[in-house]
Ligand binder design. Structure first.
Ligand SMILES: [Zn+2]
Length: 159
């Protein structure tokens, strides 16, 4: 795996909501249901993704490339994965939190009538998911979330 390559993760069901939070950070995190270890090992290898799991057996089968989550706490898991892939790989607002697709920035005039009027009036930057068609904008909600994430990654907040 080259140093400049974007991290590609495969997050299984043992990690719960972690995949969604990684996507919010802009990290490519495909979600997969918990299941047969052999099948998950195959899936990880075929898709060339690093497995992120709480399942020690699965992580051991995949070797050092896998990320075995040592904590049950979401914040601690987020910190562990970000440490593993590198903080500089994070790019918030760049990925759909639902389908893991890269967001495309779109000019403001294109979202007229497609987002609530007060959102349109109060924001300048919009993005759209090419797969599910959801619109994203950087609003107060995002700002609040960013501050939360920042605090989590800096270890200022626990649990
Ligand atoms: Zn989407």
């Amino acid at each position: 795996m080259g140093a400049n390559q974007e991290p590609r993760l495969l997050v299984d069901g043992t990690a719960g909501r972690l995949a969604r939070w990684l996507r919010i950070l802009g990290i490519d995190a495909e979600g997969v249901a918990t299941g047969d270890v052999a099948a998950l090992v195959r899936h990880a290898r075929q898709s060339a993704r690093r497995m992120v799991t709480r399942n020690r057996n699965l992580a051991e089968r995949l070797g050092p490339g896998a990320i075995y989550l040592t904590s049950q706490c979401l914040e601690e898991q987020l910190r562990q994965v970000v440490r593993a892939v590198g903080r500089e790989r994070c790019s918030v607002f760049s990925r759909c939190s639902i389908c893991n697709e890269r967001l495309a920035e779109i000019p403001k005039e294109q979202v007229a009538g497609r987002v609530p009027a007060y959102v349109y009036a109060n924001h300048e930057r919009f993005a759209c998911c090419p797969v599910c068609g959801r619109y994203y904008w950087q609003g107060t909600h995002w700002q609040h979330m960013l501050e939360e994430i920042q605090a989590v990654l800096e270890g200022k907040r626990d649990g």
